[in-house]
Design a protein around this ligand. Structure first.
Ligand code: SF4
Length: 495
């Protein structure tokens, strides 16, 4: 049969089968008014357990009913994927899944109907800003997921870190100065304890003693933060805590230093959200220099400051110019408050006495070192931060490994860690760089790759410190919390 004689398939129409007449509209929701303050419970999780824990103090001081949802767990991803849209970035699955898990637990434990739950609970979440990444879609995604899970008309309270956003005057919870400052205090306390944990878990002679001290410190800080005079009570508590930490006996050895950074959630979750990455690295006998929430918040302010300055340069005088000037003042004030609190609390705790690494990087300097590879005004996700950090540490030659952690499906971080960082690595081959992608269910694969990096980092450290005759491969480190069989096999294969 010749080609001409064959029956050709009928052309398939590519016209859409269904055409919407209206624009898509988001889920509508009723506001939470002051008169209902006492009958509604605020559910929230603030990236990781510790920061959520400290934020309790604000809810207690202000008479709110609240449910601290704490850390995200692996099971959350399953709930999030079941009810969320396809191809979301991973933090959305974790956070919406955690919400659905808690709602289902409330239904089971308290015997409330789904309608009652939707009336009596509200979810405090972030989202809305951050243009080019998916964060702007988060509020509607939460509503889609909970509605599809059967909790119809469930409400959310969307917190935007943009200080310009105002809440309605009769709102039951207003994102006023008191709330914003308390949020800043919660993340600063979380960061300081986290840096203490990274130092003490790595170096303490008795790790259990260090962990007990950290738990005790959390309790002391929460009690201090619940006081109306929290600024002074926290300073006193931090000073005592610093002395307790400094009294914990430490081993004298120097350990390989690993800097961990990346996308906000994957970097700072410190739980199943990033496979307990820092704990894993410490258990493997290395020390982590932790990226901090404070640094990331300062980056947000820095970004808005740059935007405002650019606006001031180009806007016409009068109406056009005013919002930029206002934004510039707001960002400068916010930065000053955060830096003041951070430095005051840091001074009170005195992390240098126990080896805590709490130095914040200068964002102006960072933007300059990386400007030729990543324009400082390309915003979205972490912007230029990770590229500049990599160059900063490569030039300083002060670390033995650099890990960039990004969630599966993250758009801005993929462009950075899979794209621009390739160029940085070619320029600085001494920088041991590893990019990992967290999906919530690939921990063996990811932690095996981290193990491989740590293996090289030990050699790098021995070389950097001039330790002759030390073959770090022959000094196996015990990891108590992770079944490392797969990782060990991979390590042996490549050693
Ligand atoms: S930075 Fe990445 S992971 Fe984070 S919200 Fe944006 S797209 Fe998602």
């Amino acid at each position: 049969m010749s080609i001409e004689e064959r029956e050709l398939p009928k052309p398939t129409s590519i016209a859409p089968k269904f055409i919407r007449k209206d624009h898509w509209r988001g889920y509508e929701q009723e506001s939470w008014r002051k008169k209902d303050k006492k009958t509604v419970t605020v559910m929230y999780s603030f990236i990781e357990r510790r920061k959520s824990y400290f934020l309790r103090a604000w809810f207690k001081r202000n008479g709110y009913r609240f449910l601290d949802m704490g850390d995200h767990i692996k099971e959350d991803v399953r709930h999030g994927r079941e009810y969320g849209n396809r191809m979301e970035c991973n933090p959305m699955y974790f956070t919406s899944g955690s919400l659905i898990r808690h709602l289902k637990e409330i239904e089971k434990d308290k015997g409330l109907s789904r309608e009652e739950i939707s009336k009596k609970y509200i979810f405090l979440c972030g989202g809305g800003q951050c243009g080019p990444c998916r964060y702007g879609m988060y509020p509607q995604e939460y509503l889609k997921a909970v509605n599809d899970a059967g909790f119809r008309n469930f409400r959310t309270l969307v917190f935007s870190s943009d200080l310009g956003n105002k809440s309605a005057s009769d709102a039951a919870l207003r994102f006023n100065l008191s709330f914003r400052v308390s949020m800043a205090v919660a993340f600063i306390l979380g960061d300081l304890l986290h840096s203490a944990e990274c130092a003490l878990r790595a170096h303490a002679v008795d790790r259990a003693q260090a962990e007990e001290a950290l738990v005790r410190a959390e309790e002391m800080l929460l009690t201090a933060f619940e006081s109306r005079f929290w600024y002074w009570t926290l300073c006193r508590a931090l000073s005592k805590i610093g002395k307790i930490f400094a009294a914990i006996p430490q081993k004298k050895e120097s350990l390989p230093l690993i800097y961990v950074t990346g996308e906000f959630f994957a970097n700072l979750a410190h739980n199943d959200g990033n496979y307990h990455l820092r704990k894993f690295i410490t258990n493997e006998g290395c020390e982590v220099i932790p990226g901090s929430f404070t640094q990331r918040t300062l980056y947000d302010n820095w970004r808005r400051t740059v935007e405002a300055e650019r606006g001031i340069r180009y806007a016409a005088p009068g109406e056009d110019l005013r919002p930029y000037k206002k934004s510039l003042r707001t960002q400068r004030n916010s930065t000053a408050v955060i830096l003041h609190l951070y430095r005051r609390f840091e001074k009170a705790m005195n992390p240098r006495a126990f080896g805590g690494r709490t130095t914040l990087l200068d964002l102006d300097e960072l933007s300059e070192v990386g400007a030729h590879l990543y324009h400082p005004e390309i915003f979205g996700g972490e912007g230029n931060l990770e590229v500049c950090e990599a160059i900063h540490f490569a030039e300083a030659g002060s670390i033995d490994g650099f890990i960039s952690s990004k969630p599966f499906g993250c758009m801005p971080s993929s462009g950075v860690s899979d794209g621009v960082q390739a160029k940085v690595m070619s320029m600085y081959p001494e920088l041991l760089f590893l990019s990992i992608e967290t999906s919530g269910d690939n921990d063996v694969n990811i932690l095996s790759r981290v193990s491989m990096l740590l293996l090289k980092a030990r050699k790098h450290h021995a070389r950097r410190m001039g330790l002759p005759g030390v073959d770090p491969v022959l000094v196996p480190q015990k990891n108590d919390d992770f079944d490392s069989t797969a990782a060990d096999e991979t390590q042996e294969k490549f050693a």
